[in-house]
Design a binder for this molecule. Structure first.
Ligand code: TYM
Length: 336
């Protein structure tokens, strides 16, 4: 009789900070891939509330935003029974492993992280140790679950590389302990740019509200934001060097419709930017519609959100505890 060997499904993990409602950048760079992968992989997705503490925020606001982010993840169609959906601070193993990994991270390599340098410039009055340690906690998030793939946007590539280096170093010193994770970065959408300054990435913290689209923006707001998007004076829809505004809009349109750049160029031959911007807005509205509709139902059901968080935390703890104990034992901590 033929024996059926069931391979373990590859494990996927990613987190998002509850700093405010995600942007179209977060969605196309990360969340859309989470949604796709949730069907075929063993998935663990979380709200990184501990990371959010690295920038000082009003406590009541952080609590509300954490609930909203959890509701948003559930609105993507992530099922708390099928996938693990959780809040980072509910699972103590992350912080405990982070401490151990701190001792396997060199000050020099952590100092090279570009996001630390950028954020230090932006928050010059609050360059706290947590901000410096941010990528090590992120490495702990990933390694504590033996994650195979980490779907993120382009800006997290360097942090992923650090997580891989830490895992290699620890494995080298103590024998195989952690899976060395692979980044999963989509070919398109990994770096969605600001609608007002297409040379900088679309960000939740941009002070100009026209620069970014929130995934919960209403259709009329989305239309207005794309109408005022910065383009160029050529009036020709084509993907080319120096046409950063149009390139960004073409990327957004391509991610939402599945059309490649050649097809988009053909479809808009002889048409002006006004028509193109209206089409991009329409495609974005349709792409985000199910998410917005689901969110409105789920955010009204606090009991469902609380229960989902409790199930997620319990399952995440069960999975992560094994790796934490293994690491504690390897470094010589006396286990209880
Ligand atoms: P956060 O909340 O800043 O971003 C969440 C995800 O969105 C991606 N992203 C973008 N993608 C494309 N275009 C953009 N303009 C854009 N802006 C943001 C980010 O790359 C990210 O994937 N440090 C993480 C949170 C985290 C994490 C982890 C991720 C904590 N622990 C463990 C993976 C694994 C972050 O940047 O979140």
């Amino acid at each position: 009789m033929e024996e059926i060997i069931q391979e373990r499904k590859k494990r996927v993990l990613s987190l998002i900070q509850p700093t405010s409602i995600p942007t179209l950048g977060n969605y196309l760079g990360a969340l859309k891939n989470w949604q796709k992968m949730s069907k075929d992989y063993d998935c663990i997705f979380g709200v990184a509330d501990l990371h959010a503490l690295t920038v000082h925020v009003d406590p009541a606001t952080l609590r509300r935003q954490t609930t909203e982010m959890l509701a948003l993840l559930l609105s993507l169609g992530l099922d708390p029974q099928e996938n693990i959906v959780f809040v980072q601070s509910h699972v103590h193993t992350h912080s405990e492993l982070a401490w151990i990994l701190n001792c396997y991270t060199q000050f020099g390599e952590a100092s090279r992280m570009t996001q630390f340098k950028e954020k230090s410039r932006k928050h010059a009055d609050n360059i706290n140790v947590g901000l410096f340690d941010y990528p090590v906690l992120m490495a702990a998030d990933i390694l504590v679950y033996q994650s195979d793939f980490v779907p993120v946007g382009d800006d997290q590539k360097q942090h992923l590389e650090l997580a891989r280096n830490i895992a290699d170093r620890f494995n080298g010193a103590h024998g195989q302990t952690f899976t060395v994770p692979e980044p999963f970065i989509g070919q398109k959408g990994a770096r969605i740019m600001s609608l007002q300054d297409p040379l900088s990435k679309m960000s939740k913290s941009d002070v100009n509200p026209k620069a970014s689209v929130s995934v919960l923006d209403t259709p009329d707001v989305i239309v207005k934001k794309f109408k005022s998007a910065v383009t160029d004076s050529e009036a020709c829809v084509r993907y080319a060097e120096g046409k950063d505004g149009i390139n960004n809009l073409m990327t957004i349109y391509s991610c939402c419709t599945g059309l490649d750049y050649d097809e988009i160029e053909k479809d808009f031959e002889g048409k002006g930017y006004g028509d193109f911007k209206a089409a991009v807005a329409e495609a974005v509205i349709e792409e985000l519609r199910p998410l917005r509709e689901n969110y409105q139902k789920i955010i009204a059901d606090k009991a469902f959100i609380t229960e989902a968080a409790a199930i997620g935390a319990e399952r995440a703890l069960r999975v992560s505890q094994k790796t934490l104990q293994k690491a504690q034992k390897k470094v010589g901590l006396l286990l209880k």
